[in-house]
Design a protein around this ligand. Structure first.
Ligand code: 5AD
Ligand code: SF4
Length: 483
């Protein structure tokens, strides 16, 4: 880390900071509070911040941690980039996520010229790639802070260093064994929340950059996870999403190993929690025990997001997914047999290197057989440093796009058929928000993860209500409340 130009007082304070975490960060938050007050007096206005999140739920959760730290310091949160501190929590899973970020850093530079108080932080997955950091250092000198995925918790310390030291503070850890929790977090929803159960991924699917930017698997201790759930329940949260890159691997590396199925059973017992979800299981090791626990659970939603990536056993092998078309379909059958009302969703990549028309037909075949209630479909994106990036026979863009469109048509047709079949039913939903397009409608989420919009007001937020699914709109419904 570049700490060369620190002032003397700041150095003295740095030496006084506790060495252990999270105490160290609370120390810096206290120091920043004093600094913050001085700024408010000088400027005669509060300072504002905004976190722009790209990518997955893990990033969304990290952003809540960033916001929690800044709110503790005193900053006020605003939407959009017109703020005194703008943080970009980036994603690099596909190239277009990177392109979007570069496109916007330039715009931030213009805003900074107009607001001398403005600070800019770039963090998250993209920053774990050396070429990205080099590019920012070279082409975007106005960025104040650069940090990665392993030290999100250090925001207070890094901001402190930036204020007292160099113009650009860069702190990237290659990897970590550490898990730092117990820091403030600013929850987006009062009634539902994600809880990290593990970090990192050891699978090294050949197309995927995640293991390189999020590091090796580390599980939190079950008692810490349950305690966090209890605290959230006490604060009014009723729906929990257990988060991990590969939740089935949960607990394997703990001093006292615990399986994901065992963790689910413990989570089920937390009073006040009504719904439990999890994201993401890997098809290669979603155990029968987990299916059994889900089947008998009162709280675990019957929704399984089961990324298939490809339906071709040949492609799956090259992807290093460690299952075949047949074993994936067999797993789908076991899940459906145990839970006939289950909603299955998936991720599919089109145009992986060497994918032939025949391979693609296999993907369509699995989609038709598994009947997903929805699927995220992606064009293969070459990620530098992954094995797939240097594989021969990269599929031409036009071919991949043409397959993508065919896949989408099949996926959408099946989604609509499944949704249509539930039209007229009465379901329980958790009311999540006011509809952005039509303010007379509220939006509720069903256990199967689908949304229904229905007339209602904000009093209903966070409540579980019964709604009839009057009209199917493809992948969502228009409904009305029933008593
Ligand atoms: N190209 C396209 N899609 C990808 N994903 C991961 N890496 C890539 C890539 N290089 C998709 C996978 C994964 C989801 C989160 O992103 O489908 O499940
Ligand atoms: Fe990437 Fe595969 Fe790990 Fe998922 S399981 S994060 S696709 S390497």
């Amino acid at each position: 880390m570049d700490t060369k130009k620190l002032d003397i007082e700041a150095i003295t304070l740095l030496q006084q900071a506790p060495e252990t975490e999270p105490e160290r960060q609370y120390f810096f938050m206290e120091e920043l509070k004093k600094w913050y007050q001085a700024q408010v007096e000088r400027l005669k206005r509060p300072l504002t911040f905004s976190v722009q999140t790209f990518g997955c739920q893990m990033n969304a959760k990290d952003s809540e941690k960033l916001a929690g730290i800044l709110k503790t310091v005193g900053y006020e949160e605003v939407e959009g980039e017109n703020a005194d501190f703008v943080l970009y929590n980036t994603c690099t899973v596909r190239e277009n996520a990177n392109t979007r970020v570069y496109g916007r850093i330039g715009y931030l530079g213009n805003l900074k010229k107009k607001n001398p108080e403005m600070k800019i932080a770039m963090c998250g997955c993209m920053m774990q790639e050396a070429h990205v950091v080099e590019k920012i250092k070279k082409s975007y000198r106005f960025v104040d802070l650069i940090f990665g995925t392993h030290n999100i918790y250090k925001l207070a310390e890094l901001l402190y260093l930036r204020i007292h030291g160099p113009k650009m503070v860069i702190d990237i850890l290659e990897s970590t064994e550490q898990i730092v929790e117990e820091l403030p977090s600013e929850r987006k929803f009062q009634f539902k929340e994600g809880v990290n159960i593990m970090y990192g991924c050891n699978n090294f699917c050949s197309y995927c950059i995640v293991p390189y930017v999020r590091g090796r698997e580390r599980s939190r201790r079950p008692e810490d996870i349950i305690e966090e759930m209890q605290k959230l329940a006490a604060a009014g949260v009723t729906e929990i999403m257990l988060l991990g890159q590969n939740v089935n691997s949960y607990g394997k590396t703990l001093a006292q190993p615990v399986s994901f199925a065992e963790l689910l059973k413990m989570a089920e017992k937390v009073e006040g929690i009504r719904r439990i979800r999890f994201m993401t299981p890997h098809p290669k090791d979603l155990s029968d025990e987990v299916i059994e626990v889900m089947k008998h659970s009162e709280k675990i939603c019957h929704h399984v997001h089961l990324p298939m990536q490809s339906g071709s056993s040949r492609v799956l092998k090259v992807m290093n997914r460690k299952y075949t078309k047949e074993s994936y379909l067999a797993l789908v059958e076991r899940i459906k047999e145990a839970m006939p009302d289950v909603a299955l969703t998936t991720d599919i990549i089109v145009g992986f290197p060497g994918e032939t028309e025949e391979d693609f037909e296999d993907t369509l075949d699995v989609v038709r057989k598994a009947r997903f209630s929805s699927a995220y479909t992606f064009l293969y994106s070459k990620r530098t440093g992954t094995p797939a990036a240097s594989m021969p026979d990269q599929v031409p863009d036009e071919v991949a796009k043409e397959r993508f469109n065919r896949l989408l048509a099949v996926v959408q047709e099946i989604s609509a058929e499944l949704a249509e079949a539930d039209t007229g039913k009465v379901v329980e939903v958790l009311v999540e928000e006011r509809n952005a397009q039509d303010a007379s409608l509220m939006t509720g989420r069903m256990a199967n993860n689908l949304l229904v919009h229905f007339p209602g007001d904000e009093e209903l937020l966070g409540q579980y209500v019964k709604v009839s699914l009057n009209e199917c709109k493809g992948f969502y419904y228009i409904g009305e409340r029933v008593k």
